[in-house]
Design a protein around this ligand. Structure first.
Ligand code: GLP
Length: 252
């Protein structure tokens, strides 16, 4: 479709799309291994990437896919939150991926929801520095919020934004409230990589499954770039791909 400003790959269902993404990740890891280089992955949480991680775990167990050369940087974390909380992205990543593969713990980076308010700014600057020290992100995986957010960059996030503390939109807290006892238990803030942090990745794959994402996908892919739809800011990236199922593509 000539209206599409981003390359969109449509799969019949989320399972097929997830397996295709896992294959791309595994290919990159193996290519980097062959070249004796680290593979720096930017990782996402939420329901969208669960099957991708399950497939990577399967490939580790059944196809000897090793994560020894893999360095990871997660996009975001609630703030404040303890690592041990069942809703923390720290726990999510260990439950769905890290506990089941041979990644070295020192190669895992997740913004900390435990630092004091006074220390957040320095921790965010340090996070950016660590990404740079590792040579930048080779491949960034993204989900998309119903409101078009990427990471926790809510509508209105600046294109030049970097890792920082943000206030969560009410709609995001509502969308994520199923994980918490009540909506007032959902943290009001989060630490997220910025839009510019994400755009610096050499390659970006955004995944979206289900009809609830169809409007956000259409706005990101077909409308003009606007900070009101953070995912639309990906249009300026030279190597970005959306992998979606038929339902998420239904408005295209
Ligand atoms: C969450 C996360 C995002 C995620 C999005 C969609 O709040 N911070 O990184 O992409 O919202 O979540 P889900 O994949 O569960 O639909």
């Amino acid at each position: 479709d000539s209206l599409e400003k981003i390359d969109v790959k449509i799969y019949e269902n989320s399972n097929d799309g997830s397996i295709a993404i896992a294959r791309q990740i595994a290919e990159l890891i193996r290519a980097k291994q062959k070249a004796k280089q680290k593979c720096v992955l930017g990782l996402a949480t939420g329901s969208s990437p669960k099957t991708v991680y399950a497939e990577l775990v399967r490939m580790h167990k059944e196809e000897k896919l090793s994560f020894k050369n893999v360095v990871t940087f997660n996009l975001d974390e609630y703030y404040p939150i303890s690592r041990d909380a069942i809703q923390s992205y720290y726990r999510f990543m260990h439950t769905h991926l890290f506990a089941h593969v041979d990644i070295h713990p020192k190669n895992i980076h997740i913004p900390s929801g435990e630092v004091s308010k006074e220390a957040v700014k320095a921790a965010c600057a340090e996070y950016e520095k660590e990404i740079e020290k590792e040579g930048g992100i080779d491949l960034q995986i993204l989900g998309i919020g119903n409101n078009g957010h990427i990471g926790f960059n809510e509508p209105g996030s600046a294109v030049h934004s970097r890792t920082r503390l943000i206030n969560l939109d009410h709609s995001t807290r509502l969308a994520n409230s199923f994980e918490f006892a009540t909506i007032s238990d959902v943290p009001r803030m989060a630490i997220t990589m910025g839009i510019s942090t994400i755009l610096k990745s050499r390659k970006i794959i955004l995944m979206a499954w289900g009809v609830a994402k169809a409007k956000a996908v259409k706005a990101a892919v077909e409308d003009d770039e606007t900070e009101l739809v953070p995912a639309s800011l990906l249009q300026s990236h030279p190597d970005v791909q959306f992998v979606v199922d038929e339902l998420a593509a239904s408005e295209l």
